[in-house]
Write a protein that binds this ligand. Structure first.
Ligand SMILES: NC(=O)c1ccc[n+]([C@@H]2O[C@H](COP(=O)([O-])OP(=O)(O)OC[C@H]3O[C@@H](n4cnc5c(N)ncnc54)[C@H](O)[C@@H]3O)[C@@H](O)[C@H]2O)c1
Length: 328
C-alpha cells in the first residue's frame, strides 16, 4: 500500500512508519518537525518536511499516488492547549481540515486518525467504551473531536473512509524508535530521566485518590501494539468506501496506578526514584481505563505486550541505547 504518515517523525509515527516499512509498504513521512525529529524517520521511508496547512501537501499526495493517510500530525500538550487554545485550533483543526481536503482532492481512499481518550473528558463509568459520551475537558481534546466530526461528515458526503483511533497512554519503544518529547510530559520517560540523573525527582499529582494506593490509575498501551492496530485499521478501511468508525485503544484490565508504574521503573532500572507529592491537578480523573472490545472484535487486534514491566523494560532499553534521544 502507498501510505503517507503525517507526524511520522514523532514518537508514535516513527514506530508506525517502521512497522509499515517492515511489511513492505511504500511510505512517505510528512512532518513539519515542530516537535518531531528527522533522525526518527525510518530511512526506508521518503521524508518530506512540510506543514499540513501548506498547499504543497496536495502535490505530494498526488505525485506519490498515496492511497491511505495515517494522520498523526498534531500538537498535544494538554496544559499548553489550555493556555494557547488558538495555537491548538490552528494547528490541529485548521491543519486537520487542510489535510482532509488535500486527501479527498488527491484520490486518497482512507484516513486513519490519531484521536485520544481526551475526547471523553472524565467519565464516571469505567471501562470507557466508544458509546461513552464525548465531553473533552480541554482544548486539545476538543481539537481531536472536531476532526473526528469532520471525518464522519467527509465519509458520508465524499466517500472518504476513516478509522478514528482513540489512544489511551502510549508507552514503550521499538528497538530503534522511542519517546523523545521536549518537554516530556509522559510518566514513564520522565521517571526514566530521574533514574538516569537527568531530573532530581519525580512529581506525583495526588496521593489521595480513591484508589488502592491513592495514586491515579491509567491505561498504558505498548507503542508496538498501537502500530499493529494501525496496520489492521488500514487494511480493513482501504476496502471500504464512505465508512467512518472509531475504536478505543488501550489494554483494559484494571490499568496501572502511578505508584505501580513507579515500582516497575525501580524494579527495572534498579535505581531508587525520589518522589515529590503535589496536590491533584484540576480536571484530572482518578481512573481512565479503556474498553477495547470493539477493535478486538472487528479487527482481531490483541495487545501482546500489556504487561507493565515489559512496557517499562522496552522504554528503558531504548533510553540506554539512545541516552540523548535523537540529539545528534
Ligand atoms: N503519545 C500518546 O500517548 C498519545 C495519546 C493519545 C493521542 N495521541 C496522538 O497521537 C499522535 C502522535 O503522538 P506522539 O506522542 O507521537 O506526538 P509527537 O509530538 O511525538 O508527534 C507529532 C508529530 O507531528 C508533527 N506535527 C505537528 N504539527 C504538525 C503540522 N502542522 N504539520 C506537520 N507536522 C506536524 C510533529 O513535528 C511531530 O513529529 C498525536 O496526534 C497525538 O495527539 C498521542
Amino acid at each position: 500500500m502507498r501510505v503517507m504518515v503525517t507526524g511520522g517523525a514523532g514518537y508514535i509515527g516513527s514506530v508506525v512508519t517502521e512497522a509499515l516499512c517492515d511489511r513492505g509498504d511504500s511510505v512517505v513521512v510528512y512532518d513539519s518537525l515542530i516537535t518531531g525529529h528527522r533522525a526518527a524517520v525510518d530511512e526506508r521511508a521518503q521524508f518530506v518536511q512540510g506543514d499540513i496547512r501548506d498547499p504543497a501537501l496536495r502535490d505530494v499526495l498526488r505525485d506519490a499516488g498515496i492511497e491511505a493517510v495515517v494522520h498523526m500530525a498534531a500538537i498535544s500538550l494538554v496544559g499548553d492547549s489550555v493556555a494557547m487554545p488558538d495555537r491548538y485550533f490552528q494547528n490541529n483543526v485548521v491543519g486537520g481540515l487542510a489535510l482532509l481536503d488535500a486527501a479527498r482532492m488527491s484520490g486518497v481512499k482512507t484516513i486513519v486518525f490519531s484521536s485520544t481518550a481526551a475526547v471523553y473528558g472524565a467519565p464516571e463509568r469505567q471501562p470507557i467504551d466508544e458509546h461513552s459520551p464525548t465531553a473533552p475537558g480541554n482544548p486539545y481534546g476538543a481539537t481531536k473531536l472536531a476532526i473526528e466530526h469532520a471525518l464522519v461528515g467527509y465519509a458520508a458526503a465524499f466517500g472518504l473512509s476513516s478509522v478514528r483511533l482513540r489512544y489511551f497512554n502510549a508507552a514503550g519503544a521499538s528497538l530503534r524508535f522511542g519517546e523523545d518529547h521536549r518537554p516530556e510530559s509522559h510518566l514513564i520517560p520522565r521517571l526514566l530521566r530521574v533514574a538516569c540523573g537527568e531530573e532530581p525527582e519525580a512529581v506525583v499529582f495526588g496521593t489521595d485518590w480513591p484508589t488502592a494506593d491513592g495514586t491515579a490509575i491509567r491505561d498504558y498501551i505498548h507503542v508496538l501494539d498501537l502500530a499493529d492496530a494501525h496496520l489492521r485499521a488500514l487494511d480493513a478501511s482501504i476496502l471500504t468506501s464512505g465508512v467512518s468508525v472509531c475504536y478505543n485503544l488501550g489494554c483494559g484490565g484494571s490499568g496501572y496506578s502511578v505508584g505501580q508504574v513507579l515500582e516497575s521503573v525501580i524494579r527495572t532500572t534498579g535505581v531508587e526514584i525520589p518522589v515529590k507529592a503535589l496536590p491533584r491537578r484540576a480536571g484530572d480523573p482518578a481512573v481512565l481505563i479503556a474498553s477495547s472490545e470493539a477493535i478486538r472484535g472487528a479487527l482481531g487486534w490483541i495487545p501482546k505486550r500489556q504487561n507493565l514491566d515489559r512496557i517499562v523494560a522496552d522504554a528503558w532499553e531504548w533510553k540506554q541505547r539512545f541516552p540523548r534521544g535523537y540529539a545528534a
